[in-house]
Design a protein around this ligand. Structure first.
Ligand code: GTP
Ligand code: MG
Length: 366
């Protein structure tokens, strides 16, 4: 029998699903992973954040997917950690593909993540076309321009996308959708646009088909001003908190709602990029999101009541000084705990503004 190297593909497919904070990346990645699993294909997930104690990772693990995380910086600045996580997942879990969620405020992924994988690590990995989510409900109240929250970053994300996924189209009218498609096309006229809703399932099959295909990234870096990029990121306060306690029975819906509502009281809705709460116990897991003034609950497992050892993670990305954000969330948590009659709890947290991006690789001419 003759064996030819060309017949064998030993590489693992990396699928980067980017997009601004709260656009719906984690929700989509978990939906895609679920569809792939049902079709007999194995997908692993890598999450990414500037901080530690991630709601998103607990969410993916709660759903049973092999999940790794790159912490303390974005994929571009922590490329060696991303590579290590990807290699470990390949060795331990043997996935056919890895779905990777970059930090929502991160851009320039073509030059700093896609190109290094494509050029330097091509024997181990192939890279799917870069997919970028754009929250269509946010666009309707906050058009993309340099003055809006993350405007510069969101625009650059769209410019470098090879596929644009308009998320949350269930929240807008058909006429508005057409306006948004036109707005996005005026920024990037070549990337196909997929209208998608996690609620109705619209567009999901098309996205799964793209993820599972062998189409590869052929994108090119788009010029970016790192000073403007750094300033835009530094506008945000970045909070991660972890609260642990033991309880006979706690209504996680009430507790999570209180934390997010008290947090919201301190800020204008448009300043809340994304605040998340995840509450887990041996019998339950529940995730909640606040984006602008929209509060959503994403149930994971079990009932809404937590019992036994309970852990609550709070992640907040808000236009704020870190000091003010830390104080606001601490006081929101304390008030919510008091009103839930939980007196004894451990509480550790951290709050900062993301530092200037300093990518490991920046390959602008390939
Ligand atoms: N109505 C609606 N809500 C959605 C859709 N997709 C996601 N959401 C909700 O939007 C919120 C944020 O979704 P995530 O998937 O956590 O967003 P993300 O992009 O991963 O956010 P970060 O990790 O903070 O950047 C959640 O409450 C989701 O349930 C959608 O298509 N329609
Ligand atoms: Mg996420």
């Amino acid at each position: 029998m003759n064996y030819s190297d060309e017949d064998v593909n030993l590489t693992t497919r990396i699928v980067l699903i980017g997009g601004f904070l709260g656009a719906g990346k984690t929700t989509l990645i978990n939906k895609v992973a679920g569809k792939l699993t049902a079709a007999g294909k194995k997908a692993a997930i890598i999450n990414n954040d500037q901080g530690v104690a991630l709601v998103d990772t607990q969410y993916s693990r709660g759903k049973g997917f092999a999940t790794a995380e790159v912490l303390g910086g974005c994929f571009c600045c922590r490329f060696p950690d991303l590579l290590k996580s990807a290699r470990e997942l390949v060795a331990d879990e043997h996935p056919e593909m890895i779905l990777a969620e970059p930090v929502g405020s991160c851009t320039d992924l073509q030059a700093t993540v896609v190109a290094p994988f494509r050029v330097i690590f091509q024997d181990e990995f192939t890279v799917a076309p870069l997919m970028v989510l754009v929250d269509s409900s946010r666009l309707s109240s906050d058009e993309i321009d340099a003055r809006s929250i993350g405007g510069y970053l969101r625009k650059h994300q769209i410019e470098e996308a090879e596929y644009i996924v308009l998320s949350k189209v269930d929240m807008i009218s058909a006429a508005r959708l057409q306006e948004i498609i036109d707005a996005v096309k005026s920024i990037n006229s070549t990337a196909p646009v997929i209208a998608y809703s996690a609620l109705t399932g619209k567009g999901l099959d098309e996205i799964v088909e793209l993820v599972a295909s062998d189409r590869r990234s052929a994108g090119a870096p788009v010029d970016v001003d790192y000073d403007t990029y750094a300033n835009a990121e530094a506008e945000l306060g970045w909070y991660n908190g972890q609260i642990s306690f033991t309880a006979e029975r706690v209504d996680t819906y009430h507790l999570g709602t209180k934390v997010l509502r008290y947090l919201a009281e301190g800020y204008e809705p448009q300043d809340i990029a994304h605040a998340k709460v995840m509450i887990r116990s041996p019998v339950s897991a529940m995730k909640m999101s606040l984006i602008f003034s929209n509060l959503t609950t994403d149930g994971v497992t079990g009932s809404r009541y937590a019992q036994g050892d309970v852990e609550m993670l709070v992640n907040g990305r808000v236009v704020s000084s870190p000091e003010r954000l830390q104080e606001s969330i601490r006081s929101a948590v304390r008030k919510a705990m008091e009103e839930t009659s939980i007196d004894n709890y451990d509480f550790v947290d951290d709050c900062f503004s993301p530092g200037r991006p300093n990518p490991t690789y920046r390959m602008i001419d390939q």
